[in-house]
Design a binder for this molecule. Structure first.
Ligand SMILES: [Zn+2]
Ligand SMILES: [Zn+2]
Length: 319
C-alpha cells in the first residue's frame, strides 16, 4: 500500500512537472531566445547587381559568412515583359546570373550553402508562368510576389518602393482612390498567384500596407481581416511558406514586419509554415533584424521554422 502510494505520488509529480513545463514552454523559449543572438542563420531572399541590388553575388556570400549564416539564397527579380528598373533585364543576363550563382555554389561548398532562386512577379496575363523559369534553369526554389496590382483596364499600380507619393498616385489614378477596391485587387492577385503558380515561398505577404500607416484604412477593419483570412486559407490549401520579411522595418518604411503581428497570429492558428528573410539589396543587409523576427515568431507561438536544404524545404526548431 505504501509502495503504491509512493509510486502514484512519483507519477503525479512527474505528470505535474510535465504539465508545468509544457504550459511554460513559450515563455521559457522567449527567455532563452532573448539571451541569445543569431537565432536564425539562413537568408533565402537577396538581390544583387543583376537586378536592383548593389553588389556582386560573391560580396553577399562573404557578408553572409561574416554574419554567421549557414545559407544564402539568391532570389533575383525574374525578367518581366515591360520597361522597368528593378528586374534582371533579359534572358542573357538571367543566364549569366544562374551561371555565376552555380559557380559560387561549388566554390563555397562545405563553407556555406548557396542557393539559386528567383523572385517572380505575378501579374495575370502579363508575367510568364513560373514553370517557364523552372523548366529552363536549375532553380532551387521560387519566391512569388506581387509588386504591381492590375486594375480592370489593365493599368499597373506600383505598390513597392520608398516613395509614398508614387503609391498614392497609382491609387488615385488607377483605382479612383478607392482603397477597399485597390487592396482587394492586391489580395485577389496573390490568391491567383498561389493557386496558379504555387511558389514555394510567398514574398512580403501584406506589402500593400507598407505606405498605409493607418491613414487609408484600419488593418483591424472586418473587410480587411476577411481578405487576409481568405488568402491565408488559399495558402493553406495550396501549400507555400510565408516569409517573415524584415525589410520594411529596417528601411523604416513599414510599421511592422511583413506580415504584421495580427496576420502572424492568424497564421499560427492555421499552422501555416514560415521562414525569415531580409530581402537584402546590399551585402550589409543579409541578416538585419533576424533576431527580432525570430523572437516575434517565438512570442507568437511558433516553435519551428522552415529552411531550404538538400533540395527541399524542411522544418527546424526555432531557437
Ligand atoms: Zn519583392
Ligand atoms: Zn525581394
Amino acid at each position: 500500500m505504501i509502495i503504491f502510494k509512493i509510486w502514484v505520488g512519483e507519477r503525479l509529480v512527474v505528470a505535474l512537472l510535465f504539465l508545468l513545463i509544457t504550459a511554460c514552454l513559450p515563455e521559457l523559449l522567449i527567455i532563452i531566445a532573448t539571451n541569445f543572438n543569431n537565432l536564425f542563420k539562413h537568408n533565402f531572399h537577396t538581390h544583387t547587381a543583376y537586378c536592383d541590388g548593389t553588389s556582386s553575388p560573391e560580396d553577399y556570400v562573404r557578408a553572409a559568412m561574416q554574419a554567421g549564416l549557414e545559407s544564402i539564397g539568391f532570389s533575383g527579380h525574374a525578367p518581366v515583359p515591360f520597361e522597368n528598373h528593378f528586374a534582371i533585364p533579359d534572358i542573357n543576363s538571367l543566364q549569366a546570373y544562374t551561371i555565376e550563382i552555380q559557380e559560387l555554389k561549388r566554390k563555397y561548398k562545405g563553407k556555406i550553402n548557396v542557393f539559386l532562386a528567383l523572385e517572380t512577379d505575378y501579374i495575370p496575363g502579363i508575367t510568364l508562368d513560373n514553370k517557364r523559369f523552372t523548366e529552363n534553369f536549375e532553380l532551387d526554389y521560387i519566391i512569388g510576389s506581387v509588386h504591381f496590382v492590375k486594375n480592370e483596364n489593365g493599368d499597373l499600380w506600383f505598390i513597392d518602393g520608398p516613395d509614398r507619393s508614387v503609391w498614392q498616385y497609382g491609387l488615385t489614378k488607377y483605382f479612383n482612390g478607392n482603397i477597399h477596391e485597390a487592396v482587394s485587387a492586391y489580395y485577389r492577385q496573390i490568391n491567383m498567384m498561389v493557386e496558379t503558380q504555387r511558389p514555394e515561398v510567398i514574398g512580403h505577404f501584406d506589402k500593400i500596407t507598407m505606405h498605409n500607416h493607418g491613414d487609408y484604412f484600419g488593418e483591424e477593419e472586418p473587410w480587411y481581416s476577411r481578405l487576409v483570412k481568405e488568402t491565408l486559407e488559399i495558402v493553406k490549401d495550396n501549400g507555400g511558406i510565408v516569409e517573415v520579411n524584415t525589410r520594411g522595418l529596417y528601411k523604416k518604411r513599414s510599421d511592422s514586419l511583413f506580415p504584421g503581428q495580427k496576420i502572424l497570429e492568424e497564421m499560427k492558428t492555421m499552422d501555416i509554415p514560415v521562414t525569415i528573410s531580409s530581402d537584402a539589396h546590399k551585402p550589409e543587409e543579409v541578416s538585419l533584424l533576424f533576431d527580432e523576427a525570430a523572437k516575434t515568431l517565438i512570442e507568437t507561438g511558433y516553435l519551428e521554422i522552415y529552411i531550404y536544404n538538400e533540395g527541399e524545404w524542411k522544418s527546424i526548431p526555432l531557437a
